[in-house]
Design a protein around this ligand. Structure first.
Ligand SMILES: *[C@@H]1O[C@H](CO)[C@@H](O)[C@H](O)[C@H]1NC(C)=O
Ligand SMILES: *[C@@H]1O[C@H](CO)[C@@H](O)[C@H](O)[C@H]1NC(C)=O
Ligand SMILES: *[C@@H]1O[C@H](CO)[C@@H](O)[C@H](O)[C@H]1NC(C)=O
Ligand SMILES: *[C@@H]1O[C@H](CO)[C@@H](O)[C@H](O)[C@H]1NC(C)=O
Ligand SMILES: *[C@@H]1O[C@H](CO)[C@@H](O)[C@H](O)[C@H]1NC(C)=O
Length: 369
């Protein structure tokens, strides 16, 4: 009885084993994977997720707690891996591959470390390599190729430069990559000959004693076997016209202010060089004695008012504002904005009227009640 019983269990066992081969169940990991993965900047990396299952499982990738979705344009979820191309520094992080079918789920954790080869290999001799494909190639020293990239983008923010005649300017395009990239400079569509052949790459183009004919678009082309980048600067050489300042716009304009209120006058001055902007107020005849010092111009007396900051604007003009706070009766009168440079001066005037109307109303109301 026992013998037949054992045999029965034995057969049942085989049956279970045979059945389990076809059995549907939770997904499983088909091979061991390293939890620590490394990628090289600019290259392509595949994070493995060797998971199988029946029914075929769904794979969801999570990076630093967020689902990898369509927004991750450089990421592609493949059947058993996550492919990231043109790896950037911010791709480093904790990745989880979450695999689910109807019977269960498993998760694999990874830490991705991104290595910047440009930093590591900067001092190695330039290896010779044939440019035939991107990213996945390695140079003969075993270092992977890295497309060039500008290593000081903050020094390249100003791309439109207005320079006075005779001035100098330095255009920068410092870049890194592997193999070490080469740089060439172009003025519009003409290649500029480097000052000394065979020397270090000319990461900075210096233009000295600028003349009007130097106005152009200057482009740096940086390339190595893995790729190419460029950047363009527009240089405008501005001729000094040696002229006195011009007051532009409509300001200052006649202004009316309530007693105790605040008024302001503006003055916009065009000048090739930074002008001096000065506000003057005409002194009513007979009151000169109130002021420590006055200017006399054409029989009229003026008092010089303190001037605030002069703002330079991108269009080459300069702006200044005069504020009159807590306006009193004696603030009324003629104000003059004077713009001066070494070539001469220009001025404009406007009147301030201080209204006592509301005060009157107050008084009359007081009388009324
Ligand atoms: C994976 O990470 C999660 C959350 O960080 C953790 O709960 C889990 O234990 C980790 N699994 C493995 C296999 O390390
Ligand atoms: C310069 O770079 C841009 C991409 O930033 C590219 O579209 C363009 O073709 C490049 N110009 C040249 C002349 O290679
Ligand atoms: C400004 O006021 C003065 C004095 O009241 C007047 O002569 C002048 O015409 C006014 N200017 C404008 C543009 O209204
Ligand atoms: C005028 O001069 C006196 C004494 O030198 C000084 O206290 C006062 O602040 C000056 N006033 C102005 C408006 O400069
Ligand atoms: C009018 O009177 C009120 C209350 O007495 C005061 O707060 C206000 O500042 C006065 N207005 C003017 C223009 O003086």
């Amino acid at each position: 009885m026992y013998a037949t019983g054992n045999r029965l269990i034995f057969y049942l066992g085989i049956l279970v084993v045979l059945m389990s081969c076809e059995a549907r169940g939770p997904p499983w990991v088909s091979r061991r994977v390293d939890e620590r993965q490394t990628a090289r900047l600019g290259r392509t990396v595949r994070l493995p997720c060797p998971v199988e299952g029946d029914p075929p499982p769904l794979i969801l990738w999570v990076k630093d707690g967020r689902n990898v979705n369509q927004g991750y344009s450089r990421y592609r979820v493949l059947k058993q891996s996550l492919k990231i191309k043109e790896v950037e520094m911010e791709d480093a992080g904790v990745y989880i591959c979450r695999v689910t079918n109807g019977f269960g789920s498993i998760a694999l954790n990874f830490t991705l470390i991104v290595i910047d080869d440009a930093v590591v290999t900067q001092n190695k001799p330039p290896p010779v390599a044939e440019p035939n494909a991107e990213n996945i190639l390695q140079d003969p020293t075993g270092q992977p190729w890295v497309k060039p990239r500008f290593s000081q983008p903050t020094k390249m923010r100003r791309r439109v430069l207005e320079q006075p005649v005779g001035s100098s300017v330095r255009l920068k395009c410092l870049a890194s990559g592997n193999p070490p990239p080469a740089i060439s400079w172009w003025k519009d569509h003409t290649r500029l000959v480097p000052p000394r052949q065979g020397k270090r790459p000319q990461w900075t183009l210096t233009l000295k004693n600028l003349q009007p004919q130097d106005s152009a678009k200057y482009t740096c082309h940086v390339s190595n076997a893995a790729g190419h980048i460029n950047a363009t600067y527009k240089v405008d050489v501005i001729e000094r016209t040696n002229s006195k300042p011009i007051l532009t716009g409509t300001h200052p304009v006649n202004t009316t202010v309530q007693f105790g209120g605040t008024a302001s006058f503006q003055c916009k001055v065009h000048s090739d060089v930074k002008p001096v902007i000065q506000w003057l107020k005409r002194v009513d005849p007979g009151t000169e004695g109130r002021y420590n010092s006055t200017l006399e111009v054409g029989g009229q007396h003026f008092v010089v008012l303190p001037t605030g900051d002069v703002w330079s604007r991108p269009d080459g003009s300069y702006l200044n504002k005069l504020a009159i706070v807590k306006a009193r009766e004696e603030d009324a009168g003629m104000y003059i904005c004077l713009g001066a440079n070494t070539m001469g001066y220009s001025f404009r005037s406007a009147y301030l009227t201080v209204q006592l109307g509301r005060l009157m109303n107050n008084i009359s109301l007081s009388f009324f009640f």
